[in-house]
Design a protein around this ligand. Structure first.
Ligand SMILES: Cc1ncc(COP(=O)(O)O)c(C=O)c1O
Length: 412
C-alpha cells in the first residue's frame, strides 16, 4: 500500500530547521521557529512552571481519564484569563471552553465545529498568514479566502483589510490574530480593531480569534484588549488559545478552544460538537500542561511569578528589537529600522525576497523563513550586530547564492 504514496510535501519550517542542523558554521543563527530564547540562547522552563510541576509531582494522586473537555479547572481559568473578570451577563456567561492539544488543536477543533455547522464555510485569513492557518482550515473542509494585512511600509493595512473584508458575508468566518501578528509583527491600532468589530457587527460574520502570543506584545491585558472588546460586541465568536509561548509549554501541547454564542443552548451544542470532534481525533487532550497552567493561575504567588517572568520575556524581545533597529540605523537603514520598531511580538518581516533570504543563509549563516520572517525573540544578545550586518549586506548587495547545502534526506 505505502508504495502507492507519491512523495508528499515536507514542512518548510522544519525543513529549514533541519538544514540549520546540518550547517557547520559556528556563527550560524536560527531565527526560523517561533520560540523564545534567553540571552544565552536557550529556551528555559519558566520558574513558575517548574514550581507548579514540583507541586504536582508531590501531590497528584491519579492519572485517571479526564472528561471529553479535558481539565475543567484549566478551562475555567483560561476563560477567566482571556475574557477578563467581567460581571454577570458578560461574555464569559455565554461562553464555553474545551481543552485542546495546544493552539493548533484549538484551531483544528474550531474549524471542525464550523464545518459541522455549515459544511464548506468560507474562512478569511490574513495575507500573509501564519503558515499553518490555511492547511488546518482546508484539512477541516473549509474554503479559504484572504484579506490584506500588511501595507507597503510594513504596518497594518487598515484600508486594505476593511476593503477586502467588506466582501465577507453573514455566513462567513474571519480569522484574526488577537495580537503580535505572525508573520508580520504588524498589529491593528485600537481604532482599527473598533472598525473591524463594527464591520463584523454590520455584516454578521463570525470573528475567529487566534491567540498565541498574548503577553509578549504590549503586556497581557493590553494584548487581550481586542479579543475582549470583540467579545463584548458580537453575538458569536470563536477563540483558539495557545499556552505554548506565554507559559513556555511548547512540547506539553497545551491550549483551549473557546466558543461564545448568543444563547445557552447554542453554546451547549457547540461545546458538545467540540467534544465530538476531539473524540474522533484523539479522544482527550494531555493533562500535564493543563494541570501546570491551572496550578499557576489558581495560586496568587505562582501567578505573580509567572506574570513577572512573562513581562521579562516581553522586555527582552523589546530590547532585542530596539538593539536591532539601532544597529540597522547605524548602518544607514533607518527606514527599515523604523518599520521594525513599530512591530510587535516575536516576529518581524524583512523586506527580502526568497533569494534574499537564501543569500542571508548562504553568506551570513542567518536562518529566517523564505517569506522573510525572523524571530526577534530568538537572537542571542551578542549576535544582534551580526544580524544587522547580514541584513544590511544582503540589502546592499543581493548576490545570488553560490553553493547549496544538502537537502533533507528522504527515507527510501
Ligand atoms: C499564530 C499562531 N497560531 C497558532 C499557533 C500554534 O501554536 P501551538 O500549537 O504550538 O500552541 C502558532 C504557533 O507558532 C502561531 O504562530
Amino acid at each position: 500500500m505505502l508504495e502507492l504514496l507519491p512523495p508528499p510535501p515536507t514542512d518548510p519550517l522544519w525543513d529549514l530547521t533541519y538544514e540549520f542542523g546540518t550547517d557547520e558554521r559556528p556563527e550560524r543563527l536560527n531565527l526560523v521557529l517561533g520560540v523564545y530564547r534567553d540571552p544565552a540562547g536557550s529556551t528555559p522552563v519558566m520558574a513558575a512552571v517548574r514550581a507548579a510541576e514540583i507541586r504536582l509531582a508531590e501531590r497528584s494522586e491519579s492519572k485517571e481519564y479526564r472528561g471529553l473537555s479535558g481539565n475543567a479547572a484549566f478551562n475555567r481559568a483560561l476563560l477567566g484569563m482571556v475574557l477578563g473578570p467581567g460581571g454577570p451577563g458578560g461574555p464569559a456567561d455565554r461562553a464555553a471552553a474545551v481543552q485542546t492539544v495546544a493552539g493548533s488543536g484549538a484551531l483544528r477543533l474550531l474549524a471542525d465545529l464550523v464545518c459541522r455547522t455549515r459544511p464548506g464555510t468560507t474562512v478569511w485569513i490574513s495575507d500573509p498568514a501564519y503558515v499553518n492557518h490555511r492547511p488546518i482550515l482546508e484539512a477541516a473542509g473549509l474554503t479559504v479566502r484572504t484579506y490584506a494585512w500588511r501595507d507597503a511600509a510594513g504596518g497594518f493595512d487598515a484600508a486594505g483589510a476593511l476593503r477586502d473584508l467588506a466582501g465577507a458575508g453573514r455566513e462567513d468566518v474571519v480569522l484574526l490574530q488577537g495580537c503580535c501578528h505572525n508573520p508580520t509583527g504588524a498589529d491593528p491600532a485600537r481604532q482599527d480593531w473598533e472598525a473591524l468589530a463594527g464591520l463584523a457587527g454590520r455584516a454578521g460574520w463570525v470573528p475567529f480569534v487566534d491567540l498565541a502570543y498574548h503577553g509578549l506584545g504590549d503586556g497581557l491585558e493590553a494584548d487581550l484588549w481586542a479579543t475582549r472588546m470583540l467579545a463584548e460586541r458580537v453575538p458569536e465568536m470563536l477563540i483558539a488559545v495557545s499556552c505554548s509561548k506565554n507559559f513556555g509549554l511548547y512540547s506539553d501541547r497545551t491550549g483551549c478552544a473557546i466558543v461564545l454564542g448568543a444563547s445557552a443552548r447554542a453554546v451547549r451544542h457547540a461545546e458538545t460538537a467540540l467534544q465530538n470532534a476531539a473524540r474522533t481525533l484523539y479522544s482527550m487532550p494531555p493533562e500535564h500542561g493543563a494541570a501546570v497552567v491551572t496550578t499557576v493561575l489558581e495560586d496568587a504567588g505562582l501567578r505573580a511569578l509567572w506574570r513577572t517572568e512573562l513581562d521579562l520575556m516581553r522586555d527582552r524581545i523589546g530590547a532585542n528589537r530596539a538593539e536591532l533597529t539601532a544597529c540597522l540605523t547605524a548602518r544607514g537603514h533607518g527606514d527599515l529600522a523604523a518599520t521594525l520598531a513599530r512591530q510587535k511580538g516575536m516576529f518581524s518581516m524583512l523586506p527580502l525576497s526568497a533569494p534574499g533570504m537564501l543569500a542571508l543563509r548562504r553568506r551570513f549563516a542567518i536562518y529566517g523563513t523564505t517569506s522573510g520572517r525572523i524571530n526577534i525573540a530568538g537572537i542571542p544578545e551578542d549576535r544582534i550586530p551580526c544580524l544587522a550586518r547580514g541584513i544590511a549586506g544582503v540589502l546592499e548587495q543581493p548576490s545570488p547564492p553560490t553553493q547549496r547545502l544538502a537537502p533533507r534526506p528522504r527515507i527510501g
